[in-house]
Design a protein around this ligand. Structure first.
Ligand code: LLP
Length: 404
């Protein structure tokens, strides 16, 4: 999606400079073809009856949801807000899975009333709540139990979700108790087992281990299921990670499944959108070894929160001498860095592109320091469309009361 032509950076067929001139900075820019290619890599590698449910939390922009909906995809949602977004984007409720450890009564009521595909259950208390609401509404509910397989996913501790220490899912023994409860209740139908061990996983073995455990659980307990949901997708390359191709990962997973009639659900987020997006940002000042830019940790929280690496490249390349900079934002926190020790040739006013910003960036952005959230733009060949306007200053306080 990114290419230099005559030393000018292009996103598909549109130059970074022209995007910055038209939409100002900082802004998020996504490549439509890149999202489509990434998505199709999953649908090609996990052919029907297996199903892809995009993890909305990675990037919940309506245009992206609409694009994936047009391809017939499903959606993994973790809040009432995400469910509402997906419906707003035109999805059929039957394409929605509802995950998450803290589903509120209102959210569960909405999900059941809509008749979504299934709810991933994370605790006994949640199951009781679902049963109570389903009985009250007189509706059947399809559920999957999320098992915590106690597997290390070799990723950052904040995005490891499948070990005993984590709040997610239930241990296999407890899952059995939940199965027994479900069997005794007329409104609740067990259709699947789910499992999500973490995100940004760059090797196949943790996924294989998890699926083997789940299959073992299913077979030992002779469960008749529609599907096994193996959670999120593969990690991506931010710096020097070398995740396998989606096809290779799919083949390994599918070979474990053998000739079972149970289909797989995969909920990829990052690998669909991360490397389809950049943030364009201009250098405001140079000071000592700092390049101070107009994007901050409110736009891109990942380096501050996880110490994650995002490659930073110039919109115009030249052969001038490079210097080593910490690329930092305008936020009043020393954690507000976007990249440390980067070799760059820059001067104030120069435009930079921060790579791999399509996932968990715009969707995790905030108004911290009262900064309006940036514009988001989708590029499709030579065309670009504003898919989210930059927030205005007035929007910062539109929900606030001034007369107390
Ligand atoms: N399914 C469930 C139940 C999840 O919790 C997640 C991600 C996914 C699917 C999607 O996983 P993926 O394909 O994106 O790896 N903010 C963090 C990432 C948090 C991921 C949380 N769960 C980051 O910026 O790295």
């Amino acid at each position: 999606m990114l290419d230099y032509i005559d030393d000018k950076l292009y996103i598909e067929a549109v130059s970074a400079e022209s995007l910055a001139d038209q939409f100002a900075t900082p802004c998020f820019v996504y490549s439509k073809s890149s999202i489509l290619d990434n998505y199709r890599a999953y649908t090609d590698s996990f052919p029907s009856p297996h199903r892809i449910f995009y993890a909305v939390k990675a990037n919940s922009n309506l245009s992206i949801l609409r694009l994936l909906n047009s391809l017939g995809g499903g959606f993994d949602c973790v809040s009432g807000g995400e469910i509402a977004r997906v419906i707003q984007a035109g999805a059929n409720p039957k394409q929605i899975i509802f995950s998450g450890v803290g589903k509120s009564e209102t959210e569960i009521r909405t999900a059941i009333t809509l008749g979504i595909h299934s709810i991933n259950i994370e605790s006994s208390g949640e199951l009781d709540r679902i049963e109570y609401i389903a009985s009250e509404l007189g509706k059947d509910v399809r559920v999957a139990i999320r098992i915590n397989p106690d597997i290390e996913a070799d990723t950052h501790s904040y995005i490891t979700t499948g070990t005993k220490k984590d709040k997610f899912g239930v241990a296999p023994l407890q899952a059995l108790e939940l199965c027994a409860k479900i069997n005794s209740w007329p409104h609740i139908i067990l259709v699947g087992i789910s499992c999500h061990i973490g995100s940004q996983i760059s090797s196949i073995s943790p996924f294989v281990n998890a699926l083997e455990q789940i299959l073992n659980f299913v077979n030992c307990n002779k469960l008749q299921l529609e599907f096994i949901d193996i959670g999120g997708g593969l990690g991506v390359t931010y710096q020097d990670e070398t995740p396998p191709a989606i096809k290779e990962y799919a083949n390994s997973i599918l070979s474990i499944l053998g000739d079972s009639t149970t289909y797989l659900i995969v909920e990829p987020g990052r690998s669909i959108v991360a490397n389809a997006g950049v943030i364009l940002t201009r250098v405001e000042y140079l000071k000592n070894n700092f390049a101070i830019v107009d994007a901050g940790m409110n736009d891109l929280i990942r380096p501050a929160l996880y110490g994650s690496y995002h490659n930073i490249i110039p919109a115009s390349r030249n052969e001038d001498e490079t210097h080593t900079y910490n690329v930092v934002g305008p936020i009043c926190e020393s954690a507000d860095f976007l990249g440390k020790d980067r070799s760059l040739t820059v001067k104030p006013g120069d435009l930079l592109a921060i790579q791999s910003c399509g996932a968990y960036c715009a969707s995790a952005s905030s108004n911290y320091n009262s900064r309006p959230r940036p514009a988001e733009i989708m590029v499709d060949g030579e065309n670009c469309t504003l898919i989210r306007k930059r927030e205005t200053i007035e929007q910062l306080w539109e929900n606030e009361q001034c007369d107390v």
